[in-house]
Design a protein. Sequence first.
Lengths: 731, 229, 79, 79
Amino acid sequence: MTKQYPNDLMGLSHEEYDMAVGIMGRTPNHLELGIFSVMWSEHCSYKSSKKWLKTLPTKAPWVICGPGENAGVIDIGDGQAAIFKMESHNHPSFIEPYQGAATGVGGILRDVFTMGARPVANMNALRFGSPDHPKTRHLVAGVVRGIGGYGNCVGVPTVGGEVNFHPSYNGNILVNAMTVGVARTDKIFYSAAAGIGNSVVYVGSKTGRDGIHGATMASAEFTDDSEEKRPTVQVGDPFTEKLLIEACLELMETDVIVAIQDMGAAGLTSSSFEMASKGGMGIELELDRVPMRETGMTPYELMLSESQERMLMILKPGEEHVAEAIFRKWELDFAIIGRLTDTGRMVLKWNGEVAGDLPIDPLALAAPEYDRPWVPTPPPAPLGDVPAPKDYAAALKTLMSCPDVASRRWIWEQYDHLVMNDTMQRPGGDAAVVRVADMKKALAITTDCTPRYCYADPVQGGRQAVAETWRNLNSVGARPLAITDNMNFGNPQRPEIMGQFVGCIQGMAEACRALDYPVVSGNVSLYNETNGKGILPTPAIGGVGLLDDLDHMATVALKRAGDVLILIGAVENHHGGHLGQSLYLREVLGREEGPPPPVVLAAERRDGDFVREQIRAGRVDTCHDLSDGGLAIAVAEMALGGNLGATIQVPADTPAHAWLFGEDQGRYLLAVPEQAEAAILIDARKADVPAIVIGTVGGNDLTATGYYTISLPELRHAHEDWLPAYMAAPR
Amino acid sequence: MTTAVIVFPGSNRDRDMCLALERATGQKPLRIWHQDTALPKADLLVLPGGFSYGDYLRCGAMAAHSPIMREVKAAAARGVPVLAVCNGFQIATEAGLLPGALITNSGLKFICRNVSLRVETSNSRFTRGYNAGQVVSYPVAHNDGNYVVNADTLKRLEDQDRVAFRYSDDAGVVTPETNLNGSTANIAGVLNEARNVLGMMPHPENATDPQLGRPDGGPLFAAMLEAMA
Amino acid sequence: MKARVHVTLKNGVLDPQGKAIGHALHGMGFAQVGEVRQGKFIELDLAETDKAKAKAQVEEMCKKLLANTVIENYAIELV
Amino acid sequence: MKARVHVTLKNGVLDPQGKAIGHALHGMGFAQVGEVRQGKFIELDLAETDKAKAKAQVEEMCKKLLANTVIENYAIELV
Ligand SMILES: Nc1ncnc2c1ncn2[C@@H]1O[C@H](COP(=O)(O)OP(=O)(O)O)[C@@H](O)[C@H]1O
Ligand SMILES: [Mg+2]
């Protein structure tokens, strides 16, 4: 007997359709099938990634709430919590960069304030195609405008991020946005529905026909006709979001909310199912009561719309008027659209008639989970000979002005990074530092990932991404506490892509364990492929740490002539430096080869703890971790930051280019007053931490004795001019 | 000493302003909702920065029609000092409290950074803590700070010593290159004829906390207080 | 009744948006483009059915809100 | 020759500006106003004198720059 399938399975496979019929005990109608389709999309169900995500460490004494809620929650002392998460808006941003990026920011903000936190900082991790690609300039311009347009308007400072350019992103840019908020530990709100008969309340903007099937779009590969899928683009309204933030936080001061959840991907469907499923409840919704923006909307459209700036709440019985008054004051829509039941079913009514009736748990919990076949990434071929540059100064300038290192000022000056008056470290340093309002303490925030390392060796790359965030937090003097991740990969149905995913997760998990640095929230974006070509594996990591005392904070800027430069951390084989997958290799020699630098976790921990304690003890106020481009770039960035020169000495027994440009991991450069030098070196020896003096601070030039001398203005031009000049060129 | 900050839907530097006022006066400012129809007695009214009504249509246009603005205009006419910063400046021009208009930055981009400003006059309750010609550094954060006035109005502003700040370099030299956003004659802040309303795009309130950098805005708040006392 | 309102910058007021568009168009090879000006176009649904009254109302809306008459002109069309 | 281009949001696309304007007009007592939509209005001077050619050029400008065809429609008039 051959089975009959509907013509349009809405993205479900035959097996998934059969499961749906099994769960329903009958053929689902159009509305019900649409709900299965979005609930079981990769985006909502994590069906390819779940098995592996479970292997990440998620616990620590300071973790209040790990993955599974809208955002992760950690304890930051004094009865306060930091709540944060990162989320992708890759596909929409490629189709419509301004609105795609803007609504990405809006979505992640809602994930954070829905838990009771006032958002205090936004970050953004961006990946674009090659600068030469005809679309790149337009995409950069639109994405940056979109992030600024939304974040600036809602009045949350955008304090940092990262940007890479690589041809693998030509057809699939990555736009990952992160929000950090601060809440009281006794005022954290969760999404589990409770209380039979309680009202289900809709607030925010009206529902239109925006982004229907956006979640399934985020779960599909691009083909050349994807640009036709345009009507799924959503338009953001940051003004309404600002009102929604204020109204929700005002309501949260009262005691009437039982549960609250933002409407994100798959809108009303996923929010209502999640709330019901978490609380073990049923829900009856009267869809005709949903505030509608357009006439003639259908139950199907209402359930699947991804209109922005909407929330769903369960309120205490008899208290609805309290909430209503607040939302009316803020001129937002408010509607009671249903109630909780004990049936465990989602009953969808339309003008009194049942339009759909689905069991909640089987649909939400029994979503398919795949153990997709995967193959480990083969180890990269060993790196051949790497010649020294003919002209070291030219090589340094090439690196300082290359797209992955050049100053991002053109970007961050379009972001209001000062609003709220707590930005202690502006963009441009290792981590953003945002004071906790009215306190002496601050949150340090960073996002990092080095996709070229992940591509060459996913395990090392996964470790490195986590470790780099950890270092950036240490570098300002903060105690790293936890991370959020945004796993951006290609098509998981290809075993080699799945292998990248598995490898990165393994490396991340190892690093998290070694550094006591758990994952508390995250997001997965798969199918970042166009015509079968995937992106570099990009597990973007957002790290959050705590600076207990703002008086002991370090920055990258050199501060005093006469300071001594101390390099912390070891170099491979105690000499030379690691050039495999380095920017020197790629930008100066045009080669992308070799193994990435290994991350030695025990040394990482030991050396990083040492650096942080030196800063916390008030001995060190100038620190920069070494990353892209190695030591030479780090010194240059510190010099430009302080507008103060430096001279370094290359050890005699060493290939200078490897020492200057090698990207060995786990290293930091400190600048300390001469009189502090001895004590620091002694402490380092006691702690078994490699530490050597490599130079001194002073003058108006940057010198590596015997290799280069460059004036700071010349260096500054190289560093500052690339991005503005690139963006100003005619399209 | 009572200060009052008017809060519009979409205001977002109201909190920053309240902090700066509290630092200066030792007292929490009153926060007045835009729908209110009466003003409490206050020694200083502030229209804060932000994106009232999302900056939709024109920055400040909708907020200028809020019920409370009728009261603010009446108070200003009675001589109550009004400080209007950034979006507040835009609202003040839309409401007719100050001449001119603010349009999109000539570079068409939002700009957030510290800028150097030359203080043009110390003859006001807002700027008398500075010397004319002195250079201060405040942050800016705006997309529409391009101040437009016609030639007659400009002449009047200059003749009456009503230009408060201009965008300059660190040495106080005012040139087209230091003109951040395309403003007529590099104007960053202006006074009304009675000198009790100051509108300005840069944010003095974000330059009062020594932990955050040079607190160059401090003297402005101190001067306002002294004038009120 | 529907009103269509055009709001344009007055002559003599510099138009950064228009200028940037002109610049971009030149960069894209549209050499034949001269001056470019950008304005706003606002469509309103009106319950009013009397044309004269509608016109008067929209006129008032323009003066009070839709245009900033310090720098902008407006033109009203009823359809 | 002059071209006048109207750029408007496609049907069904949220128009936060229009929504806010409508809201503000109500607040000011213009109760008879229904939906409000805001678009752009761009005027271009063209050296081209052939109407068909001018039209084709402006069409291309709209597609490439003036309108965001993902969410906007455009209409061209030559005068
Ligand atoms: N998209 C962005 N938005 C805001 N700031 C950014 C962005 N990209 C980079 N930055 C800032 O530029 C600086 C340099 O970035 P990066 O080279 O990634 O730092 P690091 O190597 O220390 O991780 C950081 O302060 C970072 O926050
Ligand atoms: Mg760093």
